[in-house]
Design a protein around this ligand. Structure first.
Ligand SMILES: NC(=O)c1ccc[n+]([C@@H]2O[C@H](COP(=O)([O-])OP(=O)(O)OC[C@H]3O[C@@H](n4cnc5c(N)ncnc54)[C@H](OP(=O)(O)O)[C@@H]3O)[C@@H](O)[C@H]2O)c1
Length: 323
Protein backbone atom coordinates (compact mmCIF):
# COMPACT_ATOMS: atom_id res chain seq x y z
CA UNK A 1 0.00 0.00 0.00
CA UNK A 2 1.27 3.47 -0.86
CA UNK A 3 2.16 5.48 2.24
CA UNK A 4 1.11 9.10 2.69
CA UNK A 5 4.73 10.08 2.01
CA UNK A 6 4.38 8.98 -1.62
CA UNK A 7 2.48 11.18 -4.06
CA UNK A 8 2.95 12.18 -7.67
CA UNK A 9 5.15 15.29 -7.60
CA UNK A 10 7.26 14.77 -10.72
CA UNK A 11 10.35 16.79 -11.32
CA UNK A 12 10.12 19.16 -14.26
CA UNK A 13 12.02 17.48 -17.11
CA UNK A 14 13.54 20.88 -18.02
CA UNK A 15 15.10 21.37 -14.56
CA UNK A 16 18.86 21.68 -14.33
CA UNK A 17 19.96 18.42 -12.70
CA UNK A 18 23.49 18.02 -11.31
CA UNK A 19 24.57 14.39 -11.04
CA UNK A 20 27.61 14.35 -8.75
CA UNK A 21 29.75 11.32 -9.65
CA UNK A 22 28.23 10.95 -13.14
CA UNK A 23 31.15 8.83 -14.39
CA UNK A 24 30.72 6.20 -11.66
CA UNK A 25 28.59 3.07 -11.62
CA UNK A 26 25.59 4.73 -10.00
CA UNK A 27 25.95 8.25 -11.38
CA UNK A 28 26.32 7.06 -14.98
CA UNK A 29 23.21 4.87 -14.66
CA UNK A 30 21.24 7.78 -13.23
CA UNK A 31 22.47 10.00 -16.06
CA UNK A 32 21.34 7.42 -18.67
CA UNK A 33 17.96 7.09 -16.97
CA UNK A 34 17.41 10.85 -16.77
CA UNK A 35 18.33 11.23 -20.45
CA UNK A 36 15.99 8.36 -21.33
CA UNK A 37 13.18 10.02 -19.36
CA UNK A 38 13.52 13.25 -21.32
CA UNK A 39 15.60 15.42 -18.99
CA UNK A 40 17.17 18.09 -21.15
CA UNK A 41 19.59 19.91 -18.84
CA UNK A 42 21.99 17.55 -17.11
CA UNK A 43 25.20 18.82 -15.53
CA UNK A 44 28.20 16.67 -14.60
CA UNK A 45 31.85 17.21 -13.71
CA UNK A 46 34.53 14.54 -13.61
CA UNK A 47 36.71 14.20 -10.52
CA UNK A 48 39.55 15.88 -12.48
CA UNK A 49 37.34 18.83 -13.40
CA UNK A 50 35.92 19.36 -9.90
CA UNK A 51 37.32 17.80 -6.73
CA UNK A 52 34.34 17.75 -4.39
CA UNK A 53 36.71 17.86 -1.40
CA UNK A 54 37.60 21.40 -2.49
CA UNK A 55 34.93 23.40 -0.67
CA UNK A 56 35.47 26.72 -2.40
CA UNK A 57 35.50 25.05 -5.86
CA UNK A 58 32.22 23.28 -5.01
CA UNK A 59 30.59 26.55 -3.93
CA UNK A 60 31.85 28.29 -7.06
CA UNK A 61 30.42 25.48 -9.21
CA UNK A 62 26.98 25.77 -7.56
CA UNK A 63 27.10 29.58 -7.84
CA UNK A 64 27.69 29.40 -11.59
CA UNK A 65 25.53 26.36 -12.53
CA UNK A 66 22.58 26.92 -10.12
CA UNK A 67 21.17 23.39 -10.32
CA UNK A 68 17.51 22.88 -9.36
CA UNK A 69 18.02 19.22 -8.53
CA UNK A 70 21.05 17.33 -7.20
CA UNK A 71 21.75 13.61 -7.14
CA UNK A 72 24.72 12.95 -4.87
CA UNK A 73 26.32 9.78 -6.28
CA UNK A 74 29.94 10.86 -5.82
CA UNK A 75 31.74 9.05 -3.06
CA UNK A 76 34.90 7.19 -2.25
CA UNK A 77 33.64 3.64 -2.67
CA UNK A 78 35.33 0.27 -2.35
CA UNK A 79 35.01 -3.36 -1.38
CA UNK A 80 35.86 -5.04 1.89
CA UNK A 81 39.63 -4.97 1.33
CA UNK A 82 39.83 -1.25 0.51
CA UNK A 83 37.42 -0.31 3.33
CA UNK A 84 39.35 -2.39 5.83
CA UNK A 85 42.76 -1.08 4.74
CA UNK A 86 42.02 2.64 4.28
CA UNK A 87 39.34 3.58 6.86
CA UNK A 88 40.72 7.13 7.21
CA UNK A 89 40.20 7.80 3.50
CA UNK A 90 36.71 6.34 3.57
CA UNK A 91 35.50 8.45 6.49
CA UNK A 92 37.37 11.66 5.70
CA UNK A 93 36.84 11.84 1.91
CA UNK A 94 33.17 10.96 2.14
CA UNK A 95 32.42 13.41 4.94
CA UNK A 96 34.17 16.20 3.04
CA UNK A 97 32.46 15.43 -0.30
CA UNK A 98 28.98 15.23 1.14
CA UNK A 99 29.24 18.17 3.55
CA UNK A 100 30.54 20.37 0.72
CA UNK A 101 27.83 19.32 -1.76
CA UNK A 102 24.98 19.44 0.77
CA UNK A 103 26.08 22.82 2.17
CA UNK A 104 26.46 24.33 -1.32
CA UNK A 105 23.08 22.89 -2.38
CA UNK A 106 21.49 24.51 0.66
CA UNK A 107 23.24 27.83 0.07
CA UNK A 108 22.25 27.99 -3.61
CA UNK A 109 18.61 27.01 -3.15
CA UNK A 110 18.55 23.45 -4.51
CA UNK A 111 14.95 22.37 -4.09
CA UNK A 112 15.12 18.63 -4.67
CA UNK A 113 18.09 16.45 -3.68
CA UNK A 114 18.73 12.73 -3.46
CA UNK A 115 21.55 11.52 -1.22
CA UNK A 116 22.85 8.02 -1.88
CA UNK A 117 24.23 5.83 0.84
CA UNK A 118 24.44 2.09 1.16
CA UNK A 119 23.12 -0.71 3.30
CA UNK A 120 26.36 -0.87 5.30
CA UNK A 121 24.75 1.87 7.43
CA UNK A 122 22.72 -0.82 9.19
CA UNK A 123 23.90 -2.73 12.28
CA UNK A 124 25.93 -5.88 11.59
CA UNK A 125 23.42 -8.06 13.41
CA UNK A 126 20.23 -6.24 12.38
CA UNK A 127 17.14 -8.41 12.11
CA UNK A 128 16.71 -9.65 8.52
CA UNK A 129 15.33 -8.44 6.23
CA UNK A 130 16.65 -5.09 7.42
CA UNK A 131 13.99 -2.42 7.76
CA UNK A 132 14.73 1.27 7.42
CA UNK A 133 14.06 1.83 11.14
CA UNK A 134 17.00 -0.45 12.08
CA UNK A 135 19.28 2.55 11.52
CA UNK A 136 21.30 3.39 14.67
CA UNK A 137 20.00 0.43 16.68
CA UNK A 138 23.26 -1.55 16.99
CA UNK A 139 26.96 -1.92 16.28
CA UNK A 140 28.24 -1.66 12.70
CA UNK A 141 30.27 -4.22 10.76
CA UNK A 142 33.85 -3.23 11.75
CA UNK A 143 35.38 -3.75 8.28
CA UNK A 144 33.37 -0.80 6.87
CA UNK A 145 32.32 1.18 9.93
CA UNK A 146 34.27 4.30 8.90
CA UNK A 147 32.45 4.46 5.56
CA UNK A 148 29.12 3.70 7.23
CA UNK A 149 29.52 6.50 9.78
CA UNK A 150 30.15 8.99 6.96
CA UNK A 151 27.00 7.80 5.15
CA UNK A 152 24.94 7.94 8.36
CA UNK A 153 26.13 11.53 8.83
CA UNK A 154 24.86 12.28 5.31
CA UNK A 155 21.41 10.86 6.07
CA UNK A 156 21.24 12.94 9.23
CA UNK A 157 22.33 16.08 7.37
CA UNK A 158 19.54 15.55 4.83
CA UNK A 159 17.05 15.05 7.68
CA UNK A 160 18.39 18.18 9.41
CA UNK A 161 17.90 20.27 6.25
CA UNK A 162 14.31 19.01 6.03
CA UNK A 163 13.73 19.93 9.68
CA UNK A 164 15.47 23.30 9.72
CA UNK A 165 14.71 24.55 6.20
CA UNK A 166 11.72 22.47 5.08
CA UNK A 167 13.35 21.35 1.83
CA UNK A 168 12.01 18.03 0.51
CA UNK A 169 15.44 16.37 0.30
CA UNK A 170 15.56 12.58 0.49
CA UNK A 171 17.98 9.67 0.89
CA UNK A 172 18.08 6.22 -0.71
CA UNK A 173 20.08 3.17 0.43
CA UNK A 174 20.69 0.74 -2.41
CA UNK A 175 21.75 -2.83 -1.82
CA UNK A 176 24.83 -4.24 -3.64
CA UNK A 177 24.80 -2.98 -7.22
CA UNK A 178 26.41 -4.16 -10.41
CA UNK A 179 26.34 -3.28 -14.08
CA UNK A 180 28.13 -1.21 -16.76
CA UNK A 181 30.79 1.32 -15.66
CA UNK A 182 31.51 -0.64 -12.48
CA UNK A 183 34.93 -0.65 -10.84
CA UNK A 184 36.61 -3.96 -11.80
CA UNK A 185 39.96 -3.18 -10.13
CA UNK A 186 41.33 -6.26 -8.31
CA UNK A 187 42.34 -4.04 -5.35
CA UNK A 188 39.27 -1.87 -4.78
CA UNK A 189 36.24 -3.47 -6.45
CA UNK A 190 33.12 -4.88 -4.81
CA UNK A 191 32.50 -8.61 -4.75
CA UNK A 192 30.54 -9.06 -7.97
CA UNK A 193 32.80 -7.16 -10.41
CA UNK A 194 35.78 -8.81 -8.66
CA UNK A 195 34.23 -12.23 -9.37
CA UNK A 196 33.53 -11.37 -13.02
CA UNK A 197 37.11 -10.28 -13.56
CA UNK A 198 38.61 -13.26 -11.72
CA UNK A 199 36.52 -15.87 -13.57
CA UNK A 200 37.06 -14.21 -16.94
CA UNK A 201 40.84 -14.09 -16.39
CA UNK A 202 40.81 -17.75 -15.32
CA UNK A 203 38.88 -18.66 -18.48
CA UNK A 204 41.27 -16.72 -20.71
CA UNK A 205 44.36 -18.33 -19.14
CA UNK A 206 42.84 -21.84 -19.00
CA UNK A 207 43.40 -21.84 -15.25
CA UNK A 208 41.90 -24.97 -13.63
CA UNK A 209 40.93 -23.21 -10.39
CA UNK A 210 39.59 -19.91 -9.10
CA UNK A 211 40.22 -19.01 -5.44
CA UNK A 212 37.73 -16.62 -3.82
CA UNK A 213 37.93 -14.74 -0.51
CA UNK A 214 36.11 -16.07 2.55
CA UNK A 215 33.87 -19.07 3.04
CA UNK A 216 31.31 -18.28 0.33
CA UNK A 217 28.50 -18.68 2.88
CA UNK A 218 27.53 -15.00 3.44
CA UNK A 219 24.19 -14.14 1.89
CA UNK A 220 24.02 -11.10 -0.38
CA UNK A 221 21.41 -9.28 -2.42
CA UNK A 222 22.23 -7.74 -5.83
CA UNK A 223 20.39 -5.19 -7.93
CA UNK A 224 21.25 -4.15 -11.48
CA UNK A 225 22.29 -0.50 -11.49
CA UNK A 226 19.76 0.37 -14.22
CA UNK A 227 16.98 -0.84 -11.91
CA UNK A 228 18.50 1.25 -9.12
CA UNK A 229 18.53 4.33 -11.37
CA UNK A 230 14.86 3.78 -12.21
CA UNK A 231 14.10 3.50 -8.49
CA UNK A 232 15.98 6.74 -7.77
CA UNK A 233 13.96 8.69 -10.32
CA UNK A 234 10.78 7.11 -8.98
CA UNK A 235 11.74 8.31 -5.48
CA UNK A 236 12.60 11.81 -6.68
CA UNK A 237 9.25 11.99 -8.50
CA UNK A 238 7.12 10.57 -5.70
CA UNK A 239 8.75 10.42 -2.26
CA UNK A 240 8.86 13.12 0.39
CA UNK A 241 9.89 11.77 3.79
CA UNK A 242 12.77 12.04 6.27
CA UNK A 243 13.53 8.33 6.44
CA UNK A 244 16.04 6.83 4.01
CA UNK A 245 14.42 4.36 1.59
CA UNK A 246 15.91 0.91 0.96
CA UNK A 247 16.39 0.04 -2.72
CA UNK A 248 16.82 -3.63 -3.62
CA UNK A 249 15.14 -6.80 -4.75
CA UNK A 250 14.31 -8.27 -1.33
CA UNK A 251 15.94 -11.58 -2.41
CA UNK A 252 19.41 -12.87 -1.57
CA UNK A 253 21.76 -15.73 -2.46
CA UNK A 254 24.98 -17.11 -0.98
CA UNK A 255 28.26 -15.81 -2.39
CA UNK A 256 28.88 -19.43 -3.49
CA UNK A 257 25.68 -19.38 -5.56
CA UNK A 258 26.59 -15.98 -6.99
CA UNK A 259 30.10 -17.24 -7.90
CA UNK A 260 28.50 -20.19 -9.69
CA UNK A 261 26.25 -17.86 -11.71
CA UNK A 262 29.25 -15.68 -12.61
CA UNK A 263 31.27 -18.74 -13.70
CA UNK A 264 28.33 -19.75 -15.92
CA UNK A 265 27.89 -16.25 -17.38
CA UNK A 266 31.62 -16.09 -18.16
CA UNK A 267 31.89 -19.68 -19.45
CA UNK A 268 34.46 -20.88 -16.89
CA UNK A 269 34.32 -24.66 -16.40
CA UNK A 270 37.07 -25.19 -13.77
CA UNK A 271 36.88 -25.58 -9.98
CA UNK A 272 36.24 -22.94 -7.31
CA UNK A 273 38.08 -22.90 -3.95
CA UNK A 274 37.44 -20.68 -0.92
CA UNK A 275 40.21 -19.02 1.12
CA UNK A 276 38.69 -19.08 4.60
CA UNK A 277 41.66 -17.16 6.07
CA UNK A 278 40.13 -14.02 4.50
CA UNK A 279 37.24 -12.16 6.20
CA UNK A 280 33.63 -12.80 5.24
CA UNK A 281 32.09 -9.51 6.33
CA UNK A 282 28.48 -9.39 7.50
CA UNK A 283 26.90 -12.88 7.52
CA UNK A 284 23.70 -11.78 5.85
CA UNK A 285 22.48 -8.49 4.47
CA UNK A 286 19.02 -8.64 3.01
CA UNK A 287 17.04 -5.44 3.08
CA UNK A 288 13.33 -4.99 3.54
CA UNK A 289 12.10 -3.24 0.41
CA UNK A 290 8.43 -3.05 1.34
CA UNK A 291 8.44 0.77 1.47
CA UNK A 292 9.63 1.01 -2.14
CA UNK A 293 7.65 -1.94 -3.50
CA UNK A 294 4.54 -0.68 -1.68
CA UNK A 295 4.90 2.60 -3.55
CA UNK A 296 4.43 0.83 -6.88
CA UNK A 297 8.02 0.26 -8.04
CA UNK A 298 9.64 -3.09 -8.78
CA UNK A 299 12.92 -4.27 -10.32
CA UNK A 300 12.87 -5.45 -13.94
CA UNK A 301 16.28 -7.08 -14.52
CA UNK A 302 16.88 -10.64 -13.25
CA UNK A 303 20.34 -11.61 -11.91
CA UNK A 304 21.18 -14.08 -14.68
CA UNK A 305 20.21 -11.60 -17.41
CA UNK A 306 21.99 -8.74 -15.64
CA UNK A 307 25.17 -10.78 -15.21
CA UNK A 308 25.24 -11.75 -18.87
CA UNK A 309 24.94 -8.15 -20.03
CA UNK A 310 27.55 -7.01 -17.48
CA UNK A 311 30.02 -9.66 -18.66
CA UNK A 312 29.40 -8.49 -22.25
CA UNK A 313 30.05 -4.87 -21.18
CA UNK A 314 33.24 -5.93 -19.34
CA UNK A 315 34.55 -7.70 -22.45
CA UNK A 316 33.78 -4.74 -24.71
CA UNK A 317 35.45 -2.27 -22.33
CA UNK A 318 38.30 -4.33 -20.94
CA UNK A 319 40.98 -2.04 -22.34
CA UNK A 320 39.43 1.11 -20.87
CA UNK A 321 38.50 -0.01 -17.36
CA UNK A 322 39.09 2.12 -14.29
CA UNK A 323 42.19 1.04 -12.36
N1 LIG B 1 28.45 0.09 -6.00
C1 LIG B 1 27.56 -0.39 -5.17
O1 LIG B 1 27.36 -1.61 -5.06
C2 LIG B 1 26.75 0.54 -4.31
C3 LIG B 1 25.79 -0.03 -3.50
C4 LIG B 1 25.03 0.77 -2.69
C5 LIG B 1 25.23 2.13 -2.68
N2 LIG B 1 26.17 2.67 -3.48
C6 LIG B 1 26.35 4.14 -3.35
O2 LIG B 1 26.31 4.81 -4.58
C7 LIG B 1 27.19 5.92 -4.54
C8 LIG B 1 28.10 5.86 -5.75
O3 LIG B 1 28.77 4.61 -5.77
P1 LIG B 1 29.37 3.96 -7.11
O4 LIG B 1 29.33 2.50 -6.90
O5 LIG B 1 28.76 4.60 -8.29
O6 LIG B 1 30.90 4.39 -6.97
P2 LIG B 1 31.91 4.71 -8.15
O7 LIG B 1 31.58 3.88 -9.33
O8 LIG B 1 33.28 4.62 -7.57
O9 LIG B 1 31.57 6.22 -8.51
C9 LIG B 1 31.82 7.26 -7.62
C10 LIG B 1 32.15 8.48 -8.42
O10 LIG B 1 32.43 9.54 -7.52
C11 LIG B 1 33.61 10.20 -7.98
N3 LIG B 1 34.31 10.84 -6.87
C12 LIG B 1 34.82 10.26 -5.77
N4 LIG B 1 35.43 11.17 -5.00
C13 LIG B 1 35.30 12.36 -5.64
C14 LIG B 1 35.76 13.67 -5.37
N5 LIG B 1 36.47 13.96 -4.27
N6 LIG B 1 35.46 14.64 -6.27
C15 LIG B 1 34.76 14.37 -7.39
N7 LIG B 1 34.32 13.15 -7.71
C16 LIG B 1 34.60 12.15 -6.84
C17 LIG B 1 34.46 9.11 -8.57
O11 LIG B 1 35.44 9.63 -9.44
P3 LIG B 1 36.87 8.91 -9.47
O12 LIG B 1 36.60 7.45 -9.77
O13 LIG B 1 37.60 9.64 -10.55
O14 LIG B 1 37.45 9.09 -8.11
C18 LIG B 1 33.40 8.30 -9.30
O15 LIG B 1 33.11 8.81 -10.58
C19 LIG B 1 27.93 5.85 -3.21
O16 LIG B 1 27.35 6.73 -2.31
C20 LIG B 1 27.71 4.44 -2.75
O17 LIG B 1 27.65 4.33 -1.35
C21 LIG B 1 26.95 1.91 -4.30
Amino acid sequence: MRSALFADRPIDRHSTVYVAGHRGLVGSAIWRRLRGEGFTDLVGRSHDELDLKDRSAVFEFFRSERPDVVVLAAAKVGGIMANNTYPVDFISDNLQVQVNVLDAALEYGVERLLFLGSTCIYPKLAEQPIREDALLTGLLEPTNDAYAIAKIAGILQVQAVRRQYGRPWISAMPTNLYGPEDNFSPMTSHVLPALIRRYEEARLTDSPTVVNWGSGTPMREFLHVDDMAAACLHLLDTYDGPQQVNVGTGKDQSIKEIACLVAEAVGFHGATEWDTSKPDGTPRKLIDVSTLIGSGWEPQIGLREGLESTVAWFRENVTALRT
